[in-house]
Structure formats: C-alpha cells, structure tokens
Design a protein around this ligand. Sequence first.
Ligand code: SAH
Ligand code: SF4
Ligand code: F3S
Length: 467
Amino acid sequence: MRQTITIAPEEIARQLSLCDQVADLLSRSPGPKRAFVDTYGCQQNEADSERLRGYLARMGYTFTSTEEGADLVLLNTCAIREHAEQRVFGNVGALSHTKRRHPDQIICVCGCMARQDHVAKRLRQSFPYVDLVFGPQLLWQFPQLLLEKLSSGKRVFATDDVPGSVAEGIPVVRQNGLKAWVSVMYGCNNFCTYCIVPYVRGRERSRQPEAILAEVRQLVQEGYKDITLLGQNVNSYGKDLGLGVDFAWLLEQVNAIPGTFLIRFMTSHPKDASPRLFDAMASCEKVAPALHLPFQSGSSWVLKAMNRGYTREHYLDLVRQLRERIPNIVLTSDVIVGFPGETQEEFEETMRLVEEVGYDALFTFIFSPRRGTPAEKLPDPMPKEQKSANFQRLLQRQNEISAQKHQAYVGKTLRCLVDGVGADGRLTARTDGGRLIHLEADPALVGTWQQAEITGSSTWALFGRVV
Ligand code: SAH
Ligand code: SF4
Ligand code: F3S
C-alpha cells in the first residue's frame, strides 16, 4: 500500500501566515487589490479554484470577472485535450496586452497544463510576462510561491513532478450558495492509455473520512443543498487509507448527516462500480438517482487498447444491475470517437451500445493525442474526416435519444431545486436526476425545493411550472 502524504496542519497554518505577509506587502500600494481566477476543465479544477480563491481572499484580494485591470490573474488550466490547451495559450497570449496597460499585474498559470514539462518550457521561453507557474500538487503552497515572486521580483516556476499529498484546512471561497463540490480523493491510478490525468494529477489519495464528513456537515449547516463528492474514480475511495472503508460506506455516512440535501458524485469507473455501490445508492434517500458512468467505447477491443479494465458485456451487465435496483436512474456517460486503430465496425459497436443503453445525456469527444501517453504513439490510420463524420452521427443520434428521454417527462410532476434566474427571466431548476428545468415561478423561490409540473421539453432541457 502506498503511504498517502498528509500535509501537517502547522504547514497550512504557516501558509496562512504567509497570506498575511502578502496582504501586508499589497497594502503598501494604495487601493483595493482585485484578482481574476479563470478556471478551465473539470470540477476538480473548479474545486481547486475555490481553494485558490480562499487563499486570495485571505491575502485581501477581492474578485473581478475580467482580466482587464485585475491586479492578479490566475489561470487554472486543463490538459485533457488539445483544444483545451490551445484556448489557454490563446488567452495567455492575450494577457500581454492587458499587462502592457497594467504593468504591475501579476500573471499566474497553474493547474494540469502547468505540470507538463513542455508547457512549462513554452511558458518560460515564449511568455516572459507570466510571473508564477505551479502544478496542481503544489496548490497548497500558493501563498509561499506568490510571496517568493513578490519579494524577489523574479519569475517563479514550481512545476516539478512532486508526489501528491492531502492538505486539510485551506480556506475555501465558493461561488454558489446552493451547490458545493467536495473532493473525496485526488489523482488517478488507472492510466487509461489516452489520458493525461494520472501524469499531471499524481497517484490516487483519499481524504480521511472525518475530514469529508465534517466539511459536508458544515456545508449543510450553511444551507448548501446540492453536494457533489468528487474524484477521478470515486469507487476506489479509501483503498489507500487502510481503514477498511470504501465509497459505498462513505455514501452511507454522508447520507446519515441530518438535513435536507442531495448527494451527487463523480466520476465512477465501470471497472470499480459494483452492485454494492448500486445498493448503497438505492438505500440512501439523499443520494440522487443519477449516475455518470463513462463507457468510452462500445468495442471490447478498443476498451482493451484503452486499458479500461472491462468489456462491453461487463459494462452492459452493470447497467442492467443498476436499473434493476434504481429503475428511474438518470444515466450519463463519456465516449471517445476515433481512438487510434478504432475501425468503422468498432465505431458501429459504440453506436449500438448508445442505442441499447439509452443515455439521458452523453459527453462525446474526438480522440486527442496527449504528449507522453501510450496512445500518442499508436498507429492511427482512420482519416480525420471519417472520425468527424462518425462523431457527428453519434452526436445527432444521441440528441434524438436525449430529446425522447426529455419528452417522456412531459405531464409528470417532479421534485426540483430552484437554483437561479436564467437569461430569459425564467427560473432554472434541477431535478433530483440532474435534468435542467426552465421554470415559471416567483424569483423568491430560488434556493427552495419545489414540485414542478413538466409542460414541455427539448433536447437539452425541460420546461415546467411550480405546482
Ligand atoms: N476520470 C474520469 C474522466 C476524466 S476526463 C473517468 O475516468 O471517467 C473526462 C473525459 O474526457 C473522459 O471520460 C474521456 O471521455 C475524455 N478524454 C480524456 N482524455 C481524452 C483524450 N486524450 N482525447 C479525447 N477525450 C479524452
Ligand atoms: Fe483518465 Fe482513466 Fe483516470 Fe479517468 S480513470 S482520469 S480517464 S486515467
Ligand atoms: Fe482537465 Fe485536469 Fe480535470 S486535465 S479534465 S482539469 S483533472
């Protein structure tokens, strides 16, 4: 068993006192200091940004929603696909102009891209105005790194491959008063052959159950109603702790916390999802009837080449067992089209799986080679045009299926959490299964649970009114 590195509470206390030193430095120039935190990628990054904001708030920063005129810009980046990286480089490039207008602006780049050596090198060589770069494993040291930058005036690069750790007690500034992310574990051990995450996020490590439960209890007391437990593979929660606990157990413990709130979680890896998990979901009344269970490909050959650790048949069997226990489950998934070596027939197997399972929603991606992953080097004979035609066909078919699934809700009455006001003035709400409802209702209802009668539907959403 790998020993999880726990950052000592005194270390975090030291980081907090460094925040105070930063605040002191900043107060030597007049006026309030504003920070802009720009987040790319998945919920893990959103959760990390909430902690970076926590540190920044402690340093005395207030927050702005644009880089223009911000005293500090922090880009929390994602490396999952080429497109994500290009967007970040484009935006870092554009910062040269804002920095020219505001020469004291401090520009920081962190997150998954920052942990890639070729990215760090490019930032060092081609973007001289970037002041601070650090990988996700060093997030807890952000105050120290920023102070180093501020007091030395030199650029700081903390992008080495240090082992991951678990740090408790970093302050958090959440952006929404109803929905909260709670990381239960960090990193990933699965090394799917296409995926960069294990390289940039390090090995799997779980938080102590008491720390997670205390955080959820606190959130519930503060009025949070929709809590998502996060990890790249939540089903391996606890394996490194040596306490004999697993994710199903954790769900039961969170469910036992008093209060009216909903528990969601992501992501579940099919190789580790089990009937034990489904039983726990079925018996815990606060756990949402929703599961995100990425299948990636409908072909067992492709799944093997992806190192996913399950077959098409095993996946379909899981879905069957899940639906036996929770018939109204809202099922969503991820799929990659055009993995190297995928034949047309193997793609058709993906089409058939999508048909057979009938997902409520599907996140579809075209394979994007990631530097240093095994799939980057695989022969990839299928022409781009064919991949993109397959992708379009899959997308179109899924849209029809999603539209049908939504249509089936019309006339029903469902519980939902009213969570905001949309651009069109109607309220937005989420069903327990996570479907979006555009709701006709009094804005005073934001933040409350309501029963909504579904009066219409589209590919993406439901329409309804409060009953
Ligand atoms: N830990 C999660 C996935 C995180 S990444 C899981 O295992 O399910 C989110 C999704 O991005 C993946 O499910 C996959 O579908 C997609 N993805 C990851 N790497 C990719 C790549 N190199 N090219 C295209 N899509 C990719
Ligand atoms: Fe990537 Fe696979 Fe880990 Fe998910 S389980 S983060 S796809 S390596
Ligand atoms: Fe992107 Fe890192 Fe998440 S690569 S998808 S932000 S774990």
